[in-house]
Ligand binder design. Structure first.
Ligand SMILES: [Zn+2]
Length: 275
């Protein structure tokens, strides 16, 4: 190998430097050209194509909105049938348990409740008035109304005031309303004599409407009309469920909430003993 001279070394360094500079210059040039292609040559074309795309999507979306609106309108008569059917079935499967309210059915945490008799009394709704004591320092008597009905929610929404201070375990009251407070029972009775006609007006109005519908449904329909929809019938009370309710798991017997299994068991045992 030939001996390396200092001149050679300096020359090599200079040449390497020049090559790097040339490479750097080429890279700068390339970037410039890329940016030119990107932004100037194709940028405008791409923007135009994007506009075409967005317009096409917008047109499609607008067509879809009106199509959806048309479909919703076409569905309306059918969904109205379903809504009516649900109400009819709710009425046909109503529990017709006794709704009489005894004078001692309201049990308070304090003094005995005084019954003032029925405010409203017919076959499907009974509302009874009671005077009970409350927690107030002065107007310590409350006039309350409690009601039982075969119609529950969603057919009617009854007033349900809190803080009646009655033991309502298992009373089955669908309506519980505080009507007035006073310092004495006499005052409440006087108040009642004056206001009796306007009490629970909107509830009674709703009730009359539901009652009319119920009577009409009972006249027009029987469960036979919907037998194709029935998914389960209670062997004991003929209570039934339809495709509108949950579907029972095949091979199982869903419980019937109309009768308490324990009460049924005791009833069966008692009737066996009687024999
Ligand atoms: Zn049953």
């Amino acid at each position: 190998m030939d001996k390396i001279t200092a001149t050679q070394i300096l020359d090599a360094r200079e040449r390497i430097k020049q090559h790097y500079q040339a490479m750097e210059e080429a890279r700068r040039q390339q970037n410039k050209e890329i940016n030119h292609l990107k932004w100037e040559v194709y940028g405008e074309v791409i923007r135009q194509i994007e506009n075409f795309r967005d317009r096409a999507i917008r047109e499609l979306e607008e067509r879809h909105v009106s199509l959806q609106a048309d479909k919703a309108e076409e569905i309306l008569p059918y969904s109205s049938i379903i809504t009516q059917a649900e109400r009819i079935l709710a009425m046909l499967t109503l529990e017709t348990e006794p709704i009489t309210i005894g004078d001692d059915d309201v049990v308070t945490y304090g003094d005995a409740a005084e019954s003032l008799g029925y405010l409203f009394d017919d076959d499907y709704l009974k509302i009874k008035l009671f005077i009970i004591t409350n927690d107030r320092p002065k107007n310590k008597y409350s006039l309350i109304a409690v009601g039982r009905s075969i119609f529950g929610e969603p057919l009617i929404k009854y007033p349900r005031d809190c803080g009646l201070r009655i033991k309502d375990f298992n009373t089955g009251f669908k309506l519980e309303a505080i009507l007035s407070f006073a310092a004495s029972t006499d005052e409440l009775k006087k108040w009642l004599a004056k206001h009796r006609g306007d009490l629970l007006g909107s509830t009674l109005k709703d009730y009359q409407q539901v009652k009319r519908q119920y009577i009409a449904v009972k006249q027009e329909y029987t469960r036979e009309d919907f037998k194709e929809l029935i998914t389960w019938t209670c062997p004991q009370c003929k209570n039934f469920r339809t495709i509108f309710d949950y579907r029972p798991i095949p091979g199982t017997t869903p419980p019937c909430y109309r009768h308490n299994p324990y009460v049924d068991m005791i009833k069966t045992e008692t009737s066996l003993e009687e024999r």
